[in-house]
Design a protein around this ligand. Sequence first.
Ligand code: ASP
Ligand code: MG
Length: 422
Amino acid sequence: MALIVHKYGGTSMGSTERIRNVAKRVAKWARAGHQMVVVPSAMSGETNRLLGLAKELSPEKSTPELLRELDMIASTGEQVSVGLLAIALQAEGMASVSYAGWQVPIKTDTGYTKARIASIDDARVRADLAEGKVVIITGFQGIDPEGNITTLGRGGSDTSAVAVAAAMKADECLIYTDVDGVYTTDPRIVPEARRLKTISFEEMLEMASLGSKVLQIRSVEFAGKYRVPLRVLSSFTPWDIDIDEEARSGTLITFEEDVNMEQALVSGIAFSRDEAKVSLHGVPDRPGIAYQILGPVADANIDIDVIIQNVAHDGKTDFSFTVNRGDYGRTLDLLKTQVQGEVGAAEVVGDPKICKVSIIGIGMRSHVGIASKMFRTLSEEGINIQMISTSEIKTSVVIDEKYMELAVRALHKAFDLEQAGS
Ligand code: ASP
Ligand code: MG
């Protein structure tokens, strides 16, 4: 008997018909002798609908009072889901009980709309499991030290599920979603993309932070920190498929020591359109410049990604960095009004039509020449690289957005991702 956590995304919970299917699948696992905890998302579209209603009443964004109410509203989507799923399980003859985050409780900090989980008390859940009940816990939400409802950021149910699995030392956390696993790249762009049977946790973290939307990044961090065995698999297989086959399907996120030595050098290609570049030209080259430029940006809570500072000529240099596209206008304004005069830059320019393409693989640690192969591939396609950033297991380039698909296809081919065994 194992303790298993299942997480179902919004599409899997999208209608009463689908919820019935989820219930049948969960009941199958419970009847196979497992203790089951299930963490569902809101029905698809529901969180957007709820937040849309709030927006109709106040387009204003970020007062703490407003953010508190947004969490109050958005958290109800998941509350409906858990109740419906509990009813569906009971209709299948399976004892079950649902809990909202505060009832467990799942304790978080006060960061409304992007709260972090602080602790989970599993006593109540364990007692129900011991009585043979399936326990269903809302994804996406918790309660802060003052008793306010909080949410964990969009896509946060993944994190709820992994955190519950970590707190309960579950044997495995299965994330059921509308794709059947993690692919070498997005199959919508490269139809030859291949599903990975395994991917290391570090690679998954890079994939998630570099634009792959399969898992919320924080859930991957959690899985790594608490070593939660995590699997991404499809909820669209028939609910009654053989349970052993189901348990081996999808993509397993592994820890590095388990990765076999035959592992491909590059495991995947990630990309993100959600980027914009800003540059300050003619900046005097003296100590403190990076801090003077980036300090105010950080103070404005704008995330900075790739940074380059050019070699100085005649005491002047150019300084560029990328931000989320949504922060582009705000960043340009801030640089023009607060930074340019201060540092004495000649001009501030920007380009919101860029993208970032990355190759990822733990094999890069032990092999040289992988980045140069990436650069050669892009040059053969005539694609100009504007910025480069590297870590031990990834190389990212910033290029013109219009070449994104071409770059991803060419790299996918150059690194043999269609055929390599995983
Ligand atoms: N319902 C929330 C959202 O749409 C959380 C989730 O689905 O993971 O972002
Ligand atoms: Mg999701």
